[in-house]
Ligand binder design. Structure first.
Ligand SMILES: C[S@@+](CC[C@H](N)C(=O)[O-])C[C@H]1O[C@@H](n2cnc3c(N)ncnc32)[C@H](O)[C@@H]1O
Length: 408
């Protein structure tokens, strides 16, 4: 495969891939990266290199997570893509075979964004946009629980949650987000949605948002109110009390639920919300929904079971005004990676194996550490998996699943 080069005449070329750029690392980090094999981590770094780094010495003394300085492995799903995939020491972000960090496009593939989804804004913002997003294929599974219809997405970020809801048939009429870079990405990829750059906690901003939603609905029913607030938005630095949850982002969201009475609500958050303040935060959210007339529940989903090539757990809180308890979506793939000893093609649960790192990214052109291309051409001969075909827009999820289940 030839190294990616920047492509100039993008207008005429359908075979393009965007955001295939990776972060630069220091020469010491590069020494470490070279020492780590696929599937390895900081424990593989020899002592003479460890001794040159205060952070590594501290990790060695205190026993850091095995994902720190992790190198991905071609035959497993990736580890969780956080917003820090520009740093080798904060997770498993080293490319499985090249001596560099994963590119923004590779991270987007691990998050299940189609290649046609482009990220705009500053280089540093794009790491946050991708790392913070709900994987669209996971959001699609959650969205399929509800009758499709007019939807509003709050704290919309780069639009991962919206993208999944769109894929499950919902029509996103309005989205709200405070950050201009995120809004730029959102607008580009969701041209028919009204995107409002707004601070939802600001009084004037809240009024503008209410007007924006009213205009977008023009008297029609809001089918789904979706929201993925930052997790600290549920509890301001631990100051949440049972009686006074004001000023928290979730409280602002509840005001909108009360005002627009959507048929359904869907909140997404990190697993930490379940144990936050001994479970009282989650309990309070469910109680608030109950007092507004919603039958609600929550469940934890594993992204790799919904065709996302990444181990990522997320909590979904669901509520329905019709009183029908939304059920957890049926899993599509096993969460167990291939067992080399057994050589199995399926997990112990009888489901097909999860999508691996190699299946997700092996077709992308090689790039050098700290380089890549904002837009480059990919080689159509290099496609080697159904997941890659799906990401290139050549195969639907249904088609992908049929092949995975070997029904064709
Ligand atoms: C976890 S991210 C959401 C990711 C998004 N759901 C997705 O799937 O791409 C939370 C978002 O909330 C935004 N945000 C934080 N405080 C906000 C506020 N007061 N008003 C509006 N948006 C806010 C952040 O900028 C961030 O993009």
């Amino acid at each position: 495969m030839s190294v990616a080069t920047e492509c100039a005449n993008e207008a005429e070329d359908a075979n393009l891939v965007y955001n295939h750029v990776c972060a630069r690392v220091s020469s010491l980090d590069m020494e470490m990266i070279r020492a780590i094999p696929p599937g390895g981590n900081w424990k593989n770094i020899p002592p003479d290199i460890v001794n040159k780094s205060a952070r590594l010495r501290q990790i060695r003394q205190s026993g850091g997570r095995t994902t720190y300085y992790g190198r991905l492995c071609d035959d497993m799903p990736s580890y969780t893509i956080s917003t820090y995939f520009n740093r080798p020491g904060n997770g498993a972000f080293i490319h499985p075979t090249q001596n560099r960090l994963i590119s923004q496009r590779e991270a987007a593939r691990f998050q299940s964004f189609l290649d046609s989804y482009r990220f705009l804004g500053s280089f540093s913002s794009i790491f946050k946009q991708i790392g913070n997003a709900v994987p669209p294929l996971l959001a699609r599974a959650a969205g399929a629980l509800f009758k499709p219809g007019r939807t509003v997405d709050l704290f919309a970020g780069a639009g991962g949650l919206s993208e999944g809801l769109r894929l499950s048939g919902h029509s996103i009429v309005a989205a709200a987000e405070i950050n201009p870079n995120m809004c730029a990405t959102y607008s580009l990829n969701h041209p028919s949605s009204e995107v409002l750059q707004v601070d939802i906690t600001d009084g004037q901003g809240f009024i503008k948002l209410t007007e924006c939603i009213e205009n977008a609905l023009s008297g029609k029913t809001l089918q789904l109110l979706a929201a993925g607030p930052p997790c600290q938005g549920f509890s301001i630095a631990g100051k949440w009390t049972h009686t006074d949850p004001r000023n928290t982002l979730i409280f602002e969201t509840m005001k909108l639920v009360e005002r627009f009475q959507p048929e359904n609500v869907l909140f997404e958050n990190v697993p930490g919300i379940v144990s936050m303040l001994s479970g009282s935060v989650l309990q309070k959210v469910l109680e608030m929904l109950g007092s507004l007339g919603y039958r609600s529940d929550w469940f934890a989903l594993r992204a790799e079971q919904y065709c996302v090539p990444q181990r990522r757990r997320r909590i979904f809180i669901v509520g329905s005004r019709k009183g029908v308890q939304p059920q957890r979506p049926e899993v599509l793939l096993s969460c167990e990676p291939r067992n080399h000893t057994m050589g199995t093609e399926e997990g112990a649960d009888g489901l097909p194996l999860p999508v691996t790192v190699g299946e997700a990214i092996s077709d992308l052109p090689p790039i050098l550490s700290g380089f890549g291309a904002g837009v480059c051409r990919y080689d159509s001969d290099q496609v080697s998996s159904d997941y890659q075909r799906m990401m290139r827009g050549q195969l639907s999820l249904e088609g992908f699943l049929r092949y995975r289940h070997k029904q064709d």
